[in-house]
Design a protein around this ligand. Structure first.
Ligand code: RIB
Length: 307
């Protein structure tokens, strides 16, 4: 039995150039290929979770423009509930400019547009509807004050909230103890804890600091190595399947979306992390953000082959 998953966050259109390497400041690189893809951390997580079988609603603020309306149609095609998505006449849809190199590494600049207008006021209808049992997943590509409001509202209703702290920013200290699960990557964990994650020891140390802030469950993503998880009494490392990576964009989004699906099915944190590692490892073998999200069948096939 799975509980509904509400993903609150950003939606962007990604303009992607894949080239031999990432340009340096002031440099122009010729010879890449261009793709325009659906992206945005919140929307990517929603598509990942829906393809993996979650009962997903996306709560987002889109520009009332071509990109916004296309995104809305796309979410409906993915079986995502869009009842709480708003179209904003005063702000354009979010856009991300992404460079991807031959190894699949990327750098991203985002013009958030309507995402930065997703205020607590716009969430009033959603919060008057929301009740347990449910799970909420949020990232930091919307205003921080909105993220803090979401965490407080979820806590008041006894609804677990997963925070994917991307892009890395600092949240008010008092709010951390209301977070059920946090899913930083290495650089986000460093910003939050001051610990540079270079090995198993530093990963554990960073997780310890996040627990001290009051967060119950910590899941650190470690790129192609996999992930480290810790729930205060148990902990462990999970290795990712080894793959040929062509685009790491949205791998972290795929991971968080998959983790939410597994936790909504009430499996253990360890199993949820294994499930998420497999999903993310598939996503990096394809170009694009939402376009790269795997199906449940694809994940199960690898998961069951390796158990
Ligand atoms: O996490 C990847 C996402 O970051 C991209 O889809 C881009 O839109 C930015 O939000």
């Amino acid at each position: 039995m799975s509980i509904p998953i509400y993903i609150i966050g950003s939606s962007n259109t990604d303009m992607v150039v894949k080239a031999k390497r990432l340009p340096s400041p002031g440099e122009t690189i010729l010879g890449g290929t261009f793709l325009m893809n659906a992206g945005g951390k919140g929307a990517n997580q929603a598509v990942a979770a829906a393809r993996l079988g979650g009962q997903v609603s996306l709560i987002a603020n889109l520009g009332d423009d071509l990109f916004g309306r296309e995104a809305l149609d796309q979410f409906k095609n993915e079986n995502i509930n869009t009842n709480f998505i708003t179209l904003d006449a005063n702000h354009p849809s979010g856009v991300a400019l992404i460079n991807v190199d031959e190894q699949g590494e990327n750098c991203i600049a985002v013009a958030p547009g309507a995402n930065s207008n997703l205020t607590p006021k716009l969430l009033e209808a959603f919060f008057s509807f929301l009740k347990a049992p449910a799970m909420v997943l949020v990232q930091l590509e919307i205003p921080l004050s909105t993220v803090e409001f979401i965490i407080e509202q979820c806590d008041a209703r006894g609804i677990p909230v997963i925070v994917n702290p991307a892009p890395a920013q600092l949240i008010r200290t008092e709010v951390w103890k209301q977070v059920s699960v946090i899913t930083p990557n290495e650089s986000e964990a460093e910003l939050l804890t001051g610990i540079s994650i270079t090995d198993d020891r530093s990963a554990k140390q960073a997780a310890g600091i996040l627990h001290e802030k009051g967060i119950k469950n910590v899941v650190l993503t470690l790129g192609k190595r996999g992930a480290y998880w810790s729930d205060e009494t148990n902990e462990g490392f999970v290795a990712s399947p080894s793959v040929n990576s062509i685009d790491t964009t949205a791998a972290g989004d795929c991971f968080s979306g998959a983790l939410a699906v597994a936790l909504a099915e009430k499996v253990s944190l360890e199993y949820a992390v294994r499930f998420a590692c497999v999903a993310a490892s598939i996503s990096v073998t394809r170009m694009g953000a939402q376009a790269a999200m795997p199906s449940r069948e694809e994940v199960n096939e690898i998961l069951h082959r390796n158990t």
